[in-house]
Design a protein around this ligand. Sequence first.
Ligand SMILES: NC(=O)c1ccc[n+]([C@@H]2O[C@H](COP(=O)([O-])OP(=O)(O)OC[C@H]3O[C@@H](n4cnc5c(N)ncnc54)[C@H](OP(=O)(O)O)[C@@H]3O)[C@@H](O)[C@H]2O)c1
Length: 272
Amino acid sequence: MLGGDVTDELVGRDHEVYALARANLDITDPADVEDALREIRPDVVVNCAAWTDVDGAEANERAAMAVNDTGAGLLARAARDRGASIVQISSDYVFDGAKRTPYVESDMPNALSAYGRSKQAGETSVAVANPRHWIVRTSWLYGVRGGNFVETMLRLASEQPEVLVVSDQVGSPTYTRHLATAIADLIEGRLPYGIYHLAAAGSCSWYEFAQEIFDLTDTECRVMAATTEMLGRPAPRPAYSVLGTEHDDAPVLPDWREGLRAYLAERARVMA
Ligand SMILES: NC(=O)c1ccc[n+]([C@@H]2O[C@H](COP(=O)([O-])OP(=O)(O)OC[C@H]3O[C@@H](n4cnc5c(N)ncnc54)[C@H](OP(=O)(O)O)[C@@H]3O)[C@@H](O)[C@H]2O)c1
């Protein structure tokens, strides 16, 4: 989902981009990684590959670690060996959600879930392997290339008169095209290496996000508030994972409502 939009953004800015799917490059395979980096000799590697099944990771932590930690580390090291930088995409789920003000880059991660632990481990592996790293933490992504929360809500609304959505998890839903623009700005601006929080401005609960989706699409569907406990998902999730930044010069993303409007407009164009 994000990889496609990053590719579009960088191609649109006249960069030479090699967009590799898993079939072309398995990041857990050291030989694959070496071959790809030797052939392409990139200036920058943007790692959008990941195990992203948050609930599935609970029963498959080792497999999630293989991609999100080991694979990320392999890419970072191979990039370092060729003097290339790496952008590693990480997650708000590295935090435990105990705060009630936005998490900044220097806040201590303390992941609650197997997925979160694998992303947290990946950050460290990348940072250790390659000093030329930008670690980008983002949150609650949706874009036209992926199954996502917006699509799930619209599908459910077409099948039933009401939906049950959690109101006790607060974060920042982020449109992947807005994030891709920020990532390209980070690279082109040659901002200092380090950790960056890049997510939509503002925040909401999943309940409020669902309500806004139905309001903007004139969808008749009642949103009922649920607690995380009621839904009983396998992976624990932070109650609060809004991301703020300590960098004065970090790219700033539009508000989440603006992201949703832009997404719905793109979706309408794609479906037309
Ligand atoms: N989605 C969110 O809400 C969210 C929130 C915060 C952070 N993030 C992070 O943002 C990044 C992009 O997420 P996304 O939502 O765009 O993910 P996505 O749509 O699930 O895409 C992940 C991609 O990684 C590929 N992949 C998995 N294992 C691989 C391997 N061993 N080698 C090469 N490719 C592999 C997948 O290929 P297959 O399709 O073949 O499996 C898929 O194309 C990830 O780092 C994710 O952790 C996501």
